[in-house]
Design a protein around this ligand. Structure first.
Ligand SMILES: Cc1ncc(COP(=O)(O)O)c(C=O)c1O
Length: 414
């Protein structure tokens, strides 16, 4: 772990991430695809190894020492995640594979039970596909209608007609806290307050928020909150769905199998209590345990420090990118309303060429529609290049990006 004096030193933090100390194309790697997934610190890698070396066993099924250890660590991790996001009780923490599965769980379980023709689901055009497609599948099966909050030119949600969009037929509003393609930080308070006033539930997609800021679901006053472990220094294949206990209690199971039952008879079964009702089959035990290690790691550094570092980095990156010829940056111009995600277009050069040349310079950025095709449609492009920063990125990383982009311009000019 870090010495206190090193806490805000991104170089010292970077040194805790083994993947970041390698060279790519003979150059030190600069990893700027953190919105897709984060790298893992040594403590997380070691916790995973320790689990498999020493404690590997199935949970809730054995009374022998190893199973006791695994079960205890697994349920402690649930307690830890409840505390991490300000949930009232660990029963409200459902382990999932990630954000996508959390949303599918709510759409299938709560949605199929509660929605029918004339009901409305309110989304935004800024959503990741995982917060659109499950609702489309649900709408097809129930006859419910999907409506969208649109964006303005800068990529802020346009809430002028929120009262009309979110009315008496609205049964659920599903909205991202932070956009993965534009970095926009959304005014959730206003949306949640309107939803509450018409009796609608609210699901918040926290995939791009949880890694970067302290979350308190109680204060947020939403009904469901979903996020993925792999974007917050944890392993892939593990995530959390938080839901209000009374709502989760009233929901039917999502999948059937072992672990989620009380009693199985020939023609019917009864369900286990929360949270196990929603956790059929052998779960990702190691993933859950190690996610708690990732939460410890982030909190030890401190979200205030992480947030401040990312703000400074964002300001520096925007200032430096602005010096590049033909650079167009998408997303909010007000830096207080955007996270450290920068989607951009370099003149008429295809983003694939941009990222290929950057890769040869050892700089990893993402190119694509970022699973947000409605955003691309809004921007009038099919793809963008995207650089996204995290706690271990440095000013030097920004300089490498800028120098790589200047090389792209030089190559295309010649
Ligand atoms: C805003 C947002 N929602 C949902 C997801 C889906 O997350 P996962 O693939 O971990 O389920 C992502 C992933 O990029 C995201 O950025």
């Amino acid at each position: 772990m870090l010495e206190k004096s090193e806490l805000f030193d991104p170089e010292a933090i970077k040194a805790l991430f083994p993947t970041l100390s390698q060279t790519v194309s003979d150059k030190p790697l600069v990893y700027l695809d953190n919105a897709a997934t984060s790298q893992k610190p040594i403590c997380v890698i070691e916790a995973l190894e320790t689990y498999y070396r020493k404690n590997n066993s199935n949970v809730h099924r054995g009374i022998y020492e190893l199973s006791r250890r695994a079960t205890e660590a697994y349920e402690n991790a649930r307690n830890r995640m409840a505390q991490f996001i300000g949930a009232e009780s660990p029963e409200e923490i459902i382990w999932t594979r990630g954000t996508t599965e959390g949303i599918n769980l709510v759409a299938n379980s709560w949605g199929l039970k509660n929605l029918s023709v004339n009901d409305e689901i309110l989304l935004t055009t800024m959503e990741h596909h995982s917060n659109i497609v499950p609702w489309q599948l649900l709408a097809e099966r129930t006859g419910a209608k999907i409506r969208y909050i649109e964006m303005d030119a800068e990529g802020h949600l346009d809430l002028e007609n929120l009262e009309e969009l979110c009315g008496k037929n609205t049964k659920i509003v599903a909205c991202t806290q932070v956009s993965n393609s534009l970095g926009t930080i959304n005014p959730l308070e206003q949306i949640i307050s309107r939803a509450r006033s018409v009796g609608s539930l609210v699901l918040v997609d926290g995939a791009q928020a949880v890694p970067h800021r302290a979350i308190n679901v109680g204060l947020m006053d939403c009904d469901f909150y979903v996020f993925s472990g792999h974007k917050m220094c944890g392993p892939t294949g593990i995530g959390v769905l938080w839901g209000r206990k009374e709502i989760l209690d009233a929901m039917p199971p999502y999948q059937g199998g072992g672990e989620m039952i009380k009693l199985v008879q020939r023609d019917r079964s009864t369900w286990a209590d929360l949270p196990h009702k929603f956790e059929a089959g052998t779960p990702n035990i190691a993933g859950a345990i190690v996610l708690a290690t990732a939460a410890d790691f982030l909190e030890e550094i401190g979200f205030a420090a992480i947030k401040e570092h990312e703000r400074n980095l964002l300001a520096y990156a925007l200032e430096q990118l602005d010096t590049i010829e033909d650079m167009k940056i998408f997303g909010p111009s007000d830096q207080s309303l955007r996270s450290s995600v920068i989607s951009f277009q370099l003149g008429s050069i295809h983003p694939l060429d941009v990222s290929t040349i950057l890769d040869a310079e050892g700089v990893a950025v993402r190119v694509g529609h970022h699973c947000a095709q409605l955003v691309m449609e809004h921007l009038g492009v099919s793809v963008t290049a995207r650089a996204s920063f995290y706690l271990y990125n440095t000013y030097g990383d920004v300089d490498r990006l800028v120098s790589g982009l200047n090389s792209v311009n030089r190559i295309f000019a010649s």
